[in-house]
Design a binder for this molecule. Structure first.
Ligand SMILES: Cc1cc2nc3c(=O)[nH]c(=O)nc-3n(C[C@H](O)[C@H](O)[C@H](O)COP(=O)(O)OP(=O)(O)OC[C@H]3O[C@@H](n4cnc5c(N)ncnc54)[C@H](O)[C@@H]3O)c2cc1C
Length: 415
């Protein structure tokens, strides 16, 4: 019999399992789908690596540093900044010239944001880089949009850079996400870079899983109920634990609603389309941002500009992340091409080959309120029954890893 059963093989469950195992406990992860990784999966389609929704790993994340071997992951960095597809049909760049001096003149000359915006952003990110994460997460949970105005950024800077950039991270356009996340993410970008593992985001959960003893993970095992220290699965099998059962699923309402858990629904959703072409839409390792009103596409990323391994040789792979999910499937490709046609004309998009799209209903928990530390009283549902997951702290890889680690550390001291 194992000491702990963990239901859900996303990175929060993997993190809990790893830290419990490092503390000498025997663990068993029960994962409903055919492989671990949860929301961090990479599908191979005709030689292309498609992350299930565009996402990046920030290499300054403090939790990742404790469990990941960056060298083995072969992390590839995005250039810090963005390529701006502006509403007037022009294209500009906004890049951190301190990290990428070759962009000094183009960035200073960027029409988005005046000099005071650029100095303001620089001073703010430096200040945040020096502040402790715990202090950032003690600030009042106000909306990011409110705070951007208070920070004194101009409307152009907000509308053409900060809003689409953070909408792409928070997966919501109104920037209702807590300002704690804005500050934390800006700090992470200042201290490091947005990256992807050379072979896809799924390499991250795979690397954590590889540190667990053989036999610690069972896939295609869907848990349907829990009685005390026994997890009952869909096929009728029962798994028993000696010390505890941890629910590490994406949805806090799993197994019936518990009034104790933070209500993080409705979750943020997104749609991500992948295309390939022999000619990349642009050459830089920059995230592309669209900012015209009523846009369909919020951001694009040419994955092969950052990691060549994402596509067969001679091909470029790029993703377009949409603001809305409510699009008719047969019209979506044409609508998307039409939406970006002022900058990328039909003569170019006609060469694009559509590969696949992902609709992700539950991409991130609602982040109007986020926290830094796991409240163990909330995470303990009953004697021997616990929860962890990104929704307990913040919707990020760091938040998910941290919730699993903090729960494990509590259990290790309690038992
Ligand atoms: C499109 C997208 C973009 C993102 N962008 C970023 C980004 O740029 N940077 C960043 O830091 N974070 C990003 N995130 C967030 C990050 O991926 C998540 O916060 C993190 O992966 C959540 O991990 P988790 O373990 O909490 O949940 P999950 O990964 O959802 O894991 C839950 C697991 O539980 C399993 N499960 C559910 N029910 C059962 C059951 N009954 N029995 C057994 N197993 C079950 C599921 O199959 C799943 O594997 C993004 C997420 C998405 C989807």
């Amino acid at each position: 019999m194992v000491d702990y059963i963990i239901i859900g093989g996303g990175i929060s469950g993997l993190s809990a399992a790893l830290h419990l195992n490092r503390g000498g406990k025997r663990v068993l992860i029960l994962e409903a789908t055919s492989r671990i990784g949860g929301r961090m999966k990479t599908d191979m389609v005709d030689g292309f690596r498609l992350d299930r929704g565009f996402q990046v790993y920030l290499d300054a994340y403090p939790e990742g540093k404790q469990v990941l071997d960056y060298k083995a992951l072969k992390l590839k960095k995005f250039t810090s900044g963005a390529k701006l597809f502006l509403p007037d049909g022009t294209i500009d760049v906004f890049v951190d010239p301190l990290k990428h001096p070759k962009y000094l003149f183009s960035s200073l000359g960027s029409r988005v944001g005046d000099l005071s915006d650029k100095l303001n952003l620089y001073a703010l990110s430096r200040r945040l880089a020096k502040s402790r994460n715990r202090s950032i997460f003690k600030k009042e949970n106000r909306t990011t949009l409110e705070v951007l105005k208070e920070y004194g950024f101009s409307d152009d800077m907000v509308n053409y850079f900060l809003q689409p950039f953070y909408a792409g991270i928070f997966l919501e356009s109104n920037l209702r996400t807590s300002r704690r996340m804005f500050d934390f993410v800006l700090k992470m970008f200042k201290k490091g870079s947005g990256t992807i593992p050379a072979m896809g985001m799924e390499e991250i959960p795979k690397q954590i899983a590889s540190q667990l003893p053989e036999g610690s993970i069972k896939t295609q095992v869907k848990c349907v109920s829990i009685d005390g220290l026994t997890a009952n699965t869909k096929d009728g099998t029962q798994y028993k634990a000696r010390e505890g059962v941890i629910i590490a699923t994406e949805n806090p309402t799993f197994l019936g609603k518990s009034g104790k858990l933070p209500d993080k629904l409705p979750a943020a959703s997104t749609t991500c389309l992948y295309f390939s072409s022999e000619r990349a839409p642009y050459k830089e390792g920059l995230i592309g941002l669209f900012s015209h009103e009523d846009r369909i596409v919020n951001n694009m990323a040419v994955m092969t500009n950052v990691s060549k391994d994402y596509a067969p040789s001679g091909q470029s792979l790029f993703s377009l992340s949409l603001r809305s999910q409510n699009m008719e499937k047969d019209k979506i490709i044409e609508a998307v091409k039409q939406d970006i046609s002022p900058w990328i004309p039909a003569s170019v998009t006609n060469e694009w080959k559509f590969i696949k799209s992902y609709d992700i209903e539950h991409a991130l928990p609602n982040q109007a309120k986020v926290s830094y530390d796991l409240d163990i009283k909330t995470a303990k549902l009953a004697d021997g029954l616990y929860v962890c997951g990104d929704y307990m702290l913040q919707g990020s890889i760091n938040g998910a890893l941290r919730s699993g680690r903090q729960l494990a550390e509590h259990l290790l001291t309690a038992h």
